[in-house]
Design a protein around this ligand. Structure first.
Ligand code: PAF
Length: 282
C-alpha cells in the first residue's frame, strides 16, 4: 500500500493503473477510521482493481471551529487498518494541497441539502461538495463508497455527481453498528464512559420506534421518539424527522412513499451524533 501526500504523487501512482484500464474504487474519509470505514474499503477492494482512500479533515465542512479542532487525527493507526483491508493507495493531503486557494464555489441541491443537517449546519453540505468534487477530480474513480449513516450526505453526493456529470457509480453501504447497536462514528471516541452509555439509547429508541410505528401515525412516532430520547439524562434531541428516502421531504402518512426513513441528531453531552432507521423500503 502506497501513502501519498500530493496530487502529483497520487496521479503518478494512478497513471499506470488507468493506462491498463483498471477500475478504481474510492473511499473518501476524514480519518479516525473504524469498522464502518473498513466495511466501505473492503467492499471497494472486492469490487475494483485498485482502491484509493483519502484521509483529509476538510475544514470547509465544519461550521463549528471547536468541532474541527477536536476532530481526531490518527493517520498512523488509519494506515494500519487500511493496509489490513487491502487498500492500494492512501491519499493524505494537507489543507494547502486541496485548497491552494479559497474555494468559493457554491453547490445548491435544494430541498435535499436544506432540510435536517442543512438547516442545523448551514454551509456544511457546500463544504462537503467542495471537497468531494475536488477529490473526485483528483482520483477520477469508477466507483465511490459512502456510508448510509450519513444518509443525507449520500443523497447530496448523488445529486452533485449527477449535476457535475462525474458519471461515477455512487455506492451506499449499510450502517455498521457496535455489538450493542450504537452506530459506529469517529465521534464516539470523544464520549466519556457515562456518555457512551447514554448514547446507546439513540439506536435503542430507533429500533423500538419501528415496532411503535407499526400501530401509530407518523406524527405519533415522531413525538414518541422525542419523548424517549429526552427522557434519557445527558441526551438532547436536535431533530428527528421521518422523510421520503429519496427526496428527504417529511412524510405525514406511512402510505405516502414506498421508501421511508427516520433521521435523528442528538447531542450526547457535547458530542453531536447522527443515526437513522428505515421504516419502509422499496
Ligand atoms: O463523511 C465524511 O467523512 C466526509 O463528509 C467526507 C465525505 C469524507 C468529506 O469530507
Amino acid at each position: 500500500m502506497k501513502v501519498v501526500f500530493t496530487v502529483k504523487d497520487l496521479q503518478d501512482a494512478l497513471a499506470e493503473q488507468r493506462a491498463l484500464n483498471k477500475t478504481i474504487g474510492f473511499v473518501p474519509t476524514m480519518g479516525a477510521l473504524h469498522k464502518g470505514h473498513a466495511s466501505l474499503v473492503k467492499r471497494s477492494v472486492d469490487e475494483n482493481d485498485v482502491t484509493v482512500v483519502s484521509v483529509f479533515v476538510n475544514p470547509t465542512q465544519f461550521n463549528d471551529s471547536t468541532d474541527l479542532d477536536k476532530y481526531p487525527r490518527t493517520l498512523e493507526a488509519d494506515c494500519e487498518l487500511l493496509g489490513d483491508c487491502g487498500a492500494s493507495i492512501v491519499f493524505a493531503p494537507s489543507v494547502g494541497e486541496v485548497y491552494p486557494e479559497p474555494d468559493t464555489r457554491e453547490f445548491s441541491y435544494a430541498p435535499i441539502d436544506t432540510v435536517m443537517e442543512g438547516k442545523f449546519r448551514p454551509g456544511h453540505f457546500n463544504g462537503v461538495c467542495q471537497v468531494v468534487s475536488k477529490l473526485f477530480n483528483m482520483v477520477q474513480p469508477t466507483r465511490a463508497y459512502f456510508g448510509e449513516k450519513d444518509f443525507q450526505q449520500l443523497a447530496v453526493i448523488r445529486a452533485m455527481n449527477a449535476d457535475q456529470k462525474f458519471g461515477i457509480d455512487i455506492v451506499g453501504c449499510p450502517i455498521v453498528r457496535e455489538d450493542d447497536g450504537l452506530a459506529m462514528s469517529s465521534r464516539n471516541t470523544r464520549l466519556s464512559v457515562e456518555e457512551r452509555k447514554n448514547a446507546l439509547n439513540i439506536s435503542r429508541t430507533l429500533f423500538k420506534s419501528r415496532t411503535f410505528a407499526a400501530d401509530n401515525t407518523v406524527a405519533e412516532t415522531i413525538a414518541k421518539v422525542a419523548e424517549w430520547i429526552n427522557a434519557t439524562p445527558g441526551l438532547e434531541l436536535e431533530y428527528f424527522e421521518i422523510v421520503d428516502g429519496d427526496t428527504l421531504q417529511p412524510v405525514e402518512d406511512w402510505n405516502e412513499s414506498p421508501y421511508i426513513v427516520g433521521c435523528i441528531t442528538v447531542f450526547c453531552g457535547p458530542v453531536r451524533l447522527i443515526d437513522n432507521i428505515v421504516y419502509k423500503e422499496l
